[in-house]
Design a protein around this ligand. Sequence first.
Ligand code: UDP
Length: 415
Amino acid sequence: MNQRNNRRLVLFPVPFQGHINPMLQLAQILHNRGFSITILHTDLNLSIHPRTPTSPFAPSAMASANRRCAAPFEERLREEVSSPDGRDAPVTCLIADALFRFTWDVAERAGVRRMVLRTGESRLEDPVPEFPPLQVKDLPGINTAEPELLDQLLHDMTEGIKDSSGVILNTFEDLEEISSRNFPIGPFHKCGPSSSGSLLAEDRSCISWLDEQAPNSVVYVSFGSIATVGESEFSEIALGLADSQQPFLWVVRPGSVGGSELLEKLPSCFLEALEERGKIVKWAPQQEVLAHRAVGAFWTHNGWNSTLESISEGVPMICMPCFSDQKVNARFVSDVWGVGVHLNNGLERRKIAEAIRKLLVEKEGEEVRERAAQFKEKANSCLRQGGSSFRSLDGLANHILSSESFVFGSNKSSA
Ligand code: UDP
């Protein structure tokens, strides 16, 4: 661990599981670099906001969080900044989730420099050459009953990022081209252990179950903390898993459209197969699962954390993106990095079984498996001394420490 540097950072995550995890990991990374850390958090949990397969993301919940959090956040930030008894290290910088747009005005009023953490794919602002002036984020992708609110949210996020003093990304240079004001210091979770930010209890019985399985034989199935599946999709997934003849570990989260209750409705052939070679849990210690020698494929919704966690462990993916940046992530996984296959044109048990067998056992999947192993090596080497993320973290620490000369408002031109 580096020496303490008598500087404090205030971190502020959005209360979605996929946003809390990387923020806590970032906290650990920066603490290891000598910074003192204060994490402010809301008492909301947006991951449990009601949603359906046709409207999985509720922009109104995020918009309401932006409205409701502004005043209490300002109050807390001012308290942190004033630290009247001088016991704490002075606040040098606020690092806020990119979705919390209001933090810009609040930071300005409190006289604190603000950086943002982007927890998702960073290509959303890339142009689509065939359809100028469209950007990737404009392509149809997010099913929502509130399209205008969603547009506003994405617009605010983009503006908030432009206004920040720098952007921290959970990615690494071998994966994507990164513009100069960004700090790609990922994969965060490989930088060392951090405290668990799980909003659900992890069922660790799956690790002892994995210990009993053959190397690279298990398909791990999880669609993250928000995505939901309908009743017919749910049965098709179950039947595809049964048909694959491979062991599987399946996360069926409470609330994923009555998931747990649906288990009882599954055909008896599936439940028989399950007894022999399947394990279902409500929430898994995912990073540990993906790092387990028994896991040979990951059937995922391609949330950015899941995608990066899989790449970092060299686990090839079966991509089933649902909304938001997941579609872009999945396209990169299959077509650019070549570390996974897409489940195209809907869910069908035969195709599911084929995809699983391809990645786990068939010769056809060999190239994908090899490329996945190569990316694992890249993900690890970028963190070693001299690697791209290692250097970027140095740059980030220097950037934060340079805040002594920072005059509020001047960051737009200097960024
Ligand atoms: N996760 C977990 N256990 C599970 C399922 C997911 O710990 O059973 C974690 C996973 O490791 C990842 C996060 O939850 O860090 C999900 O984030 P992601 O960006 O993949 O998807 P989201 O939930 O935001 O759609």
